[in-house]
Each structure stands twice: as structure tokens, then as C-alpha cells.
Design a protein around this ligand. Structure first.
Ligand code: GDP
Ligand code: MN
Length: 385
């Protein structure tokens, strides 16, 4: 679960990290009212679930009511890489002497937490990472040991921050690590982490991804979830209990098992097509689940063909066939369906399906053939137009 900047700062502040006072605003009037309470100069900041807002014109300094009003009007409604701004964060402007970068995330292959720290933070950090990776000091942290003050001090020295802020940096990074671990975050990033004109380290931006599977430990995270923009298809699918992820292609995918569903998405791509989604219907393939899956996938207006990929293990071929036959009796599906049925009792299932086969429901002998047929059908625009 990705947090908006102001939520990330609230999260950080709850662990004692230094952030600036600010207020949320949804209109230029609210922005000005907030700025009047906070005191000028302020920064008007777009609140969207995407970075690079500064470069896109979503972050502006305002030194009086008139300026704040104009900036708020310009930023509200702005499209930042597909995210339309509907919410602003008005914050007391900081005086910046230096811009650093700091972050923690999990390095799965190393089975350690990974800390990254650089004296060259700010809006060009991606470029720094690409062209001068040595400018980012990395530290691997054993989760059972945690980040010791000693290791943290070495890490700070390696990053070549201004020596005057070393002790502050050690303290701040320890708090940031604590927020990351105790808050069950997958990622915390502060860019820029600034040194102010009077020499204080301060959090100026916040990127936080919380582990959605840990929300049961943090009832207060429910408030964060409300602002997460969800794909309409995903909302519908999740409401029906399906494991669905929306993608932007034209071949709908239904498979049993997460691994097979991922392989199906890959093979559609391999066959030259574009998957419209990932959908794992799990172990059972009864008519209820199959109807729901077909309706959700077919309800996506971009879908031109549906590839059902089933490998029966415990689920037998006859059950799958019965599920599909019953589902097709219940719901009207606009796109042609290409089915690959393999595994336990596939032959029996295939026999049951034979009377129902047509241009609308085709059986493919294997996964590769099924992918090719589905991709060709989608490209030919056989589905709804
Ligand atoms: P991002 O572009 O989405 O990463 O948004 P940031 O919050 O990081 O802001 C981008 C840049 O705007 C920062 O790197 C700063 O240079 C500048 N900026 C943000 N807040 C302030 C502020 O309070 N004072 C000043 N002078 N500049 C700011
Ligand atoms: Mn930033």
C-alpha cells in the first residue's frame, strides 16, 4: 500500500522524524486559508501516488496569498503521469542548504534489509543511480541484529555527508530504520533529506510503501487505504473474491494457480500479444468461480479474446468442464474463449466439452497453441468492438 507524501510524513513524524507543519487542501481557497495559518512562504505540493512531481510542475513555492492561489489552481487537475491531482499538501517552506537521499527496502536475494544513502539527493537521484552508482552508499542490515550505531556511523561516513551533520544523521537514520521495521513498511524513502540553512537535518519528501499483509497489526492504517486509487476492474474482482491484477492489453487471462497465471501472462506476451490481466482462480474451478472470472475479464472493454489455462491437479478435468459449461449457460460472454485443459482427467473433461465447442469456445491442444490462437483472435478483433 503506497502512501501519499503527507501520509508518509505523518507516519514518519509518529516515529519522531523531523517534518514540516502543513495542511491538506482540496481547493485554491482551502490552500490559501491553510497558507495563512501556516505562515509564508509555503510550498504547494501535489498529492499523487507517483514521484517526479517537481519536474512535472506539481511542486511550487508561494510567498503570498495571490501566488498560493495561482499555484493551487494550476496544480489541481494537473495530470502527472496518468495521476490527476485532486489533493494538495500546503507546507511551511524550508530553507535548503543541501539535498541528500536516504531509504530502506528489503533486498530479497541478500535476505537482508538494504539501506541507501547519498549526498547527491534531489530530483535527479535516478540519474545519479544510473550514472554514478558509487555516489550511493549501501548497507545491508541483518534483521536480527538491526542497525547498530557503529554500522550506521560507518555508512554515513561512506556517503560523504557534511561531517557537521554526522551525529544527526546517525540519529535520524536510526529512527527511519525503526519506522521501516516497526511500521511494517516494504519501502521508506526520503528524497530530499535536507540540511537546512541553520544546519538541521530535515525530512522534505516521503515515499512510503506499507506491507498490506501487516495491516492487522496496525488498525490505524485503514485511513491510509481510503485514498489508494484502485483500478475499477480490480475493485470488482476483489469484491468477488478473485485474485486479479489489471494490465493494459487485449487478451484476458484466467488460470488456476498463481504460478500458472503468471506463466500464462508471459506466454501471451511471448506469442506477440498483450495480456489484459492476471487472474488466478485458485484450486477450484466450479461454475460460481468460473462465472465470476469470465464476467470480470469480459467486463474489461479492452478485452478481445479470453485465454483460460487450466492444469488439473486435485481439480479434475470433468469439474473444470462442468464449471465452464454451467458458467457459459449463466453469463453472456462477448469475446471468444480459447481453453487449454490439461492434467488430471483432461480427456474426460474434453469429451464433455466437445458438444459445446464453436468459434466462441475453442479448445487448444497445448498452452503454446492456446496462446497463439488467443493472440490471433484478439488481433483480428473477434471480440466486441
Ligand atoms: P518530487 O519531485 O515528487 O520528488 O517532490 P519533492 O517533494 O521531492 O520536491 C521536489 C523538489 O522541490 C525538492 O527536491 C526541492 O528542491 C524542492 N522543494 C520541495 N520543498 C521545498 C521547500 O520547502 N523549500 C524549497 N526551497 N524547495 C523545496
Ligand atoms: Mn522527492
Amino acid at each position: 500500500m503506497d502512501l501519499l507524501e503527507h501520509q508518509g510524513k505523518e507516519f514518519f513524524a509518529s516515529y519522531g522524524l523531523p517534518t514540516s507543519p502543513g495542511e491538506v487542501a482540496f481547493s485554491s481557497d482551502e490552500a490559501v486559508a491553510a497558507a495563512e495559518r501556516i505562515g509564508y512562504p509555503v510550498v504547494v505540493k501535489a498529492q499523487v501516488h507517483v514521484g517526479g512531481r517537481g519536474k512535472a510542475g506539481g511542486i511550487k513555492l508561494g510567498s503570498d496569498a495571490d501566488e498560493v492561489c495561482r499555484h493551487a489552481e494550476a496544480i489541481l487537475g494537473l495530470d502527472i503521469r496518468g495521476h490527476v491531482v485532486g489533493r494538495l499538501w500546503i507546507e511551511k517552506a524550508a530553507d535548503i542548504a543541501e539535498e541528500y537521499y536516504a531509504g530502506f527496502t528489503l533486498d530479497r536475494s541478500a535476505r537482508r534489509h538494504l539501506g541507501m544513502l547519498s549526498a547527491q539527493g534531489g530530483v535527479d537521484i535516478e540519474e545519479v543511480a544510473a550514472t554514478a552508482p558509487e555516489a550511493i552508499a549501501r548497507i545491508h542490515i541483518d534483521p536480527t541484529e538491526g542497525l547498530t550505531a557503529e554500522a550506521c556511523r560507518r555508512w554515513v561516513a561512506e556517503a560523504r555527508l557534511n561531517p557537521a551533520v554526522t551525529e544527526q544523521a546517525v540519529d535520524l537514520l536510526s529512527l527511519l530504520y525503526r519506522a521501516y521495521v516497526e511500521g511494517d513498511a516494504d519501502l521508506v524513502e526520503v528524497n530530499p533529506l535536507i540540511v537546512t540553512g541553520d544546519g538541521r537535518l530535515h525530512v522534505l519528501d516521503a515515499k512510503v510503501t506499507l506491507d498490506g499483509n501487516a495491516t492487522f497489526r496496525h488498525p490505524d492504517y485503514a485511513a491510509y487505504a481510503e485514498t489508494v486509487e484502485r483500478d475499477e476492474r480490480e475493485q470488482e474482482a476483489h469484491a468477488r473474491g478473485l485474485q486479479y491484477v489489471g494490465l493494459d492489453g487485449t487478451v484476458g487471462v484466467i488460470a488456476n494457480g498463481a504460478g500458472l497465471a503468471m506463466a500464462t501472462v508471459d506466454i501471451v506476451d511471448e506469442a506477440g500479444g498483450t495480456p489484459a490481466n492476471f487472474l488466478d482462480i485458485g484450486g477450484g474451478a466450479n461454475a460460481d468461480v468460473m462465472s465470476a472470472a469470465l464476467e470480470v475479464v469480459d467486463g474489461d472493454p479492452a478485452v478481445r479474446a479470453i485465454f483460460i489455462n487450466i492444469f488439473g491437479g486435485i481439480t479434475k478435468g470433468e469439474e473444470v468442464a462442468r464449471g465452464i459449461i454451467e458458467a457459459l449457460g449463466r453469463v453472456d460472454i462477448a469475446s471468444p474463449i480459447i481453453l487449454r485443459l490439461d492434467g488430471t482427467n483432461a480427456a474426460e473433461g474434453t469429451e464433455m466439452l466437445r458438444p459445446y465447442l464453436s468459434e466462441r469456445l475453442r479448445l487448444a491442444p497445448d498452452m503454446v497453441q492456446a496462446a497463439r490462437t488467443a493472440v490471433t483472435a484478439a488481433a483480428a478483433g473477434e471480440g466486441p468492438s
